[in-house]
Design a protein around this ligand. Structure first.
Ligand code: FDA
Ligand code: NAD
Length: 432
């Protein structure tokens, strides 16, 4: 028993939604030739909402309001839209094996779905504490956050813990955004992470210090440079405390864990070339894998970044998912007209009333600039390597200012005097 499609998008997340819109716009398929297969029960949605609008105590974002592609101010793709476009949504369906030679996928209930062209958009999964040797993270008041199911669990945990204590494990994106959401929901927060400062993969110590001070003023406590070793639980199996390596005990009515992700590549292991450096499915500038009928996009894809001299990177951000998805569809439908992707890495976050953007790569010498104040923060940093801007960060910028730093990075603007760059700050990018 089986079904056959010309185009199969495997995964129903951000990149699947943007790929579908691109297919529809280009009209490169007939009704019934294209499907999206997703383990999730709902049509593709803007995942970033889950750690922001979805967690608000009032006026929270709910589906269908944040289906793709509203995050890029584009059309809202509801299930009705897919129907109208003749794109089949095969939801609540997990693929458990793939055979790229036979061009076939097998679902958990044993159905075979075959394709002529496959787009792998399986994203990533949250790393579990058990993978670091800590047991018991399946308790009902311990929350990870990757999908809407996780987000509902987190919302329910927050509701039953108002005025209580939460411990947030991890000082990365999930940790920072969830800590802010917990505070907004009137829950006291302690953040625990192994590094010297938050957002260690991106922030400089000075930038991190600003956000940590801001969070401290909001009542957040930081426990840095350590990890947890175990949980204390009550008779019902609920966590009541987190025990740290130094023996310290943190009372907890709930726990949020954000300790990184692993790309969902396992279906294709041994079949497609995987990038060893960053654990993603390796693709070329057309988002095409080592098998010509298979493309990979979004969090799962490791692709060459022209701006970094073709260095292959796997990015874990929404803008990359949107753009690589559109690019793959363009390459599939119009290969002759599609040049290799020319992508400028772009990351952002919004917490409390703060909002920052980063472009490029955080390598080289750092120059900070601007006002690191609480009343109206407007500060940032440039990363400079071999006399050229490689990366730029800005908090509190206007649309034009963000655009200016992105252009400076995209053009690898030349820097002759580091001290002068610090003095000029944003003006350097604006004058560029
Ligand atoms: P995505 O994870 O969106 O989708 C993967 C899909 O594949 C899922 O539907 C999954 O169920 C499905 N799937 C996987 N294996 C399968 C199988 N075997 N069978 C069937 N289906 C399968 N980025 C950013 O730049 N700014 C931000 O503010 C945020 N905020 C943010 C918040 C939260 C809570 C998360 C978890 C992530 C972010 N991100 C972000 C990151 C961003 O959301 C992420 O980069 C994109 O969702 C990646 O899109 P993909 O389509 O690659 O994967
Ligand atoms: P992350 O990589 O941003 O941070 C992981 C953090 O886990 C590290 O900073 C570290 O502090 C901590 N950590 C690692 N091992 C640990 C251990 N054994 N014990 C305790 N702490 C440990 O990953 P994340 O915060 O889990 O985010 C998951 C994914 O979601 C990422 O891909 C991220 O890009 C994405 N996301 C992005 C945004 C955004 O771009 N604004 C927002 C939310 C989520």
């Amino acid at each position: 028993m089986g079904r056959a499609f010309v185009y199969v998008i495997l995964g129903g997340g951000v990149s699947a939604g943007y790929a579908a819109l691109e297919f529809a716009r280009r009209g490169g398929y007939s009704r019934g030739e294209l499907c999206i297969i997703s383990e999730e029960a709902v049509a593709p949605y803007e995942r970033p909402a889950l750690s922001k609008g979805y967690l608000l105590p009032e006026g929270a974002a709910r589906l269908p309001g944040f289906h793709t592609c509203v995050g890029a101010n584009d059309e809202l793709l509801t299930p009705k839209w897919y129907k109208e476009q003749g794109i089949e949504l095969i939801l609540g369906t997990k693929i458990i094996s793939a055979d790229v030679r036979r061009k076939a996928l097998v679902t958990a209930v044993g159905e075979t779905i075959s394709y002529k062209t496959l787009i792998i958009a399986t994203g990533a999964r949250a790393l579990k504490l058990e993978e670091f040797g800590i047991q018991g993270s399946d308790a009902e008041n311990i929350c990870y956050l990757r999908n809407i199911h996780d987000a509902d669990k987190l919302v329910n945990a927050m509701k039953s813990c108002s005025g209580g204590n939460a411990v947030v494990i991890g000082g990365g994106y999930i940790g920072m955004e969830c800590a802010a959401a917990l505070v907004t929901n009137k829950i006291r927060v302690t953040m625990v992470f192994p590094e010297k400062h938050c957002m260690a993969r991106l922030f400089t110590p000075r930038i991190a210090e600003y956000y940590e001070n801001y969070y401290t003023l909001k009542g957040v406590t930081f426990v840095k440079g350590t990890v947890l070793t175990s949980f204390e639980k009550d008779a019902t199996g609920k966590v009541t405390a987190v025990i740290l390596k130094d023996g310290k005990r943190l009372r907890a009515d709930m726990v949020v864990v954000g300790i990184g992700i692993r790309a969902n590549t396992s279906l294709f292991e041994g079949q497609l070339v995987v990038s060893m450096v960053n654990d993603g499915i390796k693709v070329n500038g057309q988002m095409q894998t080592s098998e010509s009928s298979v493309y990979a996009v979004g969090d799962v894809a490791a692709f060459p970044i022209k701006l970094f001299d073709g260095d292959v990177r796997r990015l874990e951000h929404v803008d990359s998912a949107r753009r690589t998805a559109r690019h793959a569809v363009s390459a599939i439908l119009e290969p002759a007209k599609t040049r290799d992707i020319n992508y400028l890495p772009f990351f952002y976050s919004r917490v409390f009333t703060l909002s920052w953007q980063f472009y490029g790569d955080n390598v080289g010498e750092v120059v900070h600039f601007g006002e690191f104040t609480n009343s109206s923060p407007r500060f940032g940093a440039y990363w400079v390597n071999k006399g050229r801007i490689t990366g730029a960060f800005l908090e509190g910028g206007s649309r034009e200012e963000y655009e200016a730093i992105s252009v400076a990075v995209g053009r690898k603007a030349k820097v002759t005097d580091m001290a002068e760059l610090g003095k000029q700050g944003l003006a350097f990018a604006i004058q560029e």
